[in-house]
Design a protein around this ligand. Structure first.
Ligand code: HEM
Length: 409
């Protein structure tokens, strides 16, 4: 092969390698929009080396997430996989890796704890934690890193409080979570070690609570049942682990990215300060634009089918359906690149769609409303230290986020 031909091949392969580099300010990769207009269902190569299809149109993404002919069982020989080494998709007992009817059964047992009313009932507690964290941040004086002072501690505290897990252990969760979400293939041994430590921690926690019951979600899950059905020991441990990770990682990043989005759009921030009734729609716009990473795990088609855009999927073929790509589809969101806290009819799918729709969506919404509302109310002079261009975006992970968000006031 000539050098020219080789570099052309390599360039073509780079253009297909997933995950794509994020766009400016951690926005969706430009490749999503290019593909959506040229070929909304087209191949990509994953870090494992496996080739799968990438859906970039809203209707296709929604169809993949909602159609039960797409399975989360990636555990058979030859199944497409994100990483070459072990990752969380290998765990048959994790809720997010299950298909109906097992998934339906487990979801039915746990979802009573995550209704809109239960989330709303926690608003006062969430506000108290937010007030305390922001008071500490203020007392420390500017500048402060909003991620470590507020964005992560808030959802970690809330999920610990909800479950009845000691908040003092939260630094451990952050470390385990970073490992879990890493797509860096070199980190495989560290990921396995972190997984084992986390599993042992949760097993000890459940055992301790069985012998000395309390009144938290952990106790509720221990005794949770649907008619005569109960969570098995292994299911309980996986649910608790899943809630600790899912309960803080994404929310913390969306809080940080949401504050950054407002600071980058002073007119929108001013509109929100002027009319606090815009907070719910501002949070929905933040959800549309600021989900870190791509959102939406790899699925495999159990049947040959075609998607709304007309793209064909073969039986056994892997499909990635990033909610972030869907949320920027101009067919559904006029001027998708415009950050608009008044956006009407915002049918984003930041929390997914279908059977795996985010279990914590109601809680996350309340947390985001409290977090964003409190930051802008308490710090009228909030500003970035340095420009947005100087922020470091973390890559090599399933999430795309800033490592630090230095602010002053
Ligand atoms: C802004 C914050 C959040 C966002 C954007 C988000 C997004 C998502 C998305 C897109 C999915 C579906 C993934 C897929 O189908 O491949 C999901 C599932 C899930 N989320 Fe969230 N999430 C957030 C916060 C939370 C919180 C606070 C909790 C727990 C308290 C949580 C628990 C879960 C669980 C357990 C699942 C798996 C559900 C299932 O498989 O049935 N999430 N989330």
């Amino acid at each position: 092969m000539s050098e020219d031909a080789m570099s052309h091949d390599e360039t073509a392969r780079d253009a297909m390698t997933f995950p794509f580099p994020p766009g400016p300010h951690g926005g969706p990769p430009d490749a999503y929009a290019d593909r959506r207009s040229a070929c909304p269902l087209a191949p990509v190569v994953l870090p494992s080396g496996d080739e799968v299809l990438l859906a970039t149109a809203y209707d296709d993404v929604r169809a993949v997430l909602g159609d039960q002919r797409f399975s989360r069982n990636l555990r058979y020989a030859g199944a497409p996989r994100m990483l070459p080494a072990a990752d969380f998709s290998d765990d048959p007992h994790a809720l997010v890796n299950m298909d109906p009817p097992e998934h339906t059964r487990l979801r039915r047992i746990v979802q009573a704890a995550f209704t809109p009313r239960r989330a709303e009932n926690r608003r006062t507690r969430i506000q108290a934690v937010a007030d305390e964290l922001l008071a500490e941040m203020r007392a420390g004086g500017p500048p402060a890193d909003l991620m470590t002072a507020f964005a992560f501690p808030l959802p970690i505290d809330i999920i610990c409080d909800l479950l009845g897990v000691p908040t003092r252990d939260s630094p451990l969760f952050r470390g385990w979570s970073d490992m879990f979400l890493s797509t860096n293939t070199a980190a495989a041994p560290e990921r396995a070690k972190a997984g084992a430590e986390f599993a042992a921690y949760v097993d000890d926690l459940v055992a301790a609570r069985r012998s000395a019951p309390g009144e938290d979600l952990l106790d509720e899950l221990i005794s949770a049942h649907d008619e005569d059905d109960r969570l098995s020991e292994v299911e309980l441990a996986r649910i608790v682990r899943g809630l600790i990770i899912a309960g803080h990682e994404t929310t913390g990043n969306v809080i940080g990215r949401g504050v950054l989005a407002l600071l980058r759009h002073p007119d929108q921030l001013a509109a929100l300060r002027e009319d606090p009734a815009l907070l719910p729609s501002a949070v929905e716009e933040i959800l549309r634009t600021e989900v870190p990473g791509h959102g939406g795990l790899l699925r495999v088609a159990t049947d040959a089918l075609s998607l709304p855009s007309g793209g064909a999927v073969g039986r056994g073929q892997g499909v990635l359906a990033p909610v972030v790509a869907a949320n920027y589809d101009s067919e559904h969101f006029p001027d998708p690149e415009t950050f608009d806290v008044r956006r009407a009819d915002n049918k984003h799918i930041a929390f997914g769609h279908g059977p795996h729709f985010c279990l914590g969506a109601n809680l996350a919404r309340v947390e985001l409303q409290v977090a964003i509302g409190s930051v802008i109310r308490e710090f009228p002079g909030l500003g970035l230290v340095g420009g947005a261009q100087e922020l470091t975006w973390i890559s090599g992970s399933r999430v795309c986020c800033v490592s630090r968000l230095p602010v002053s006031w």
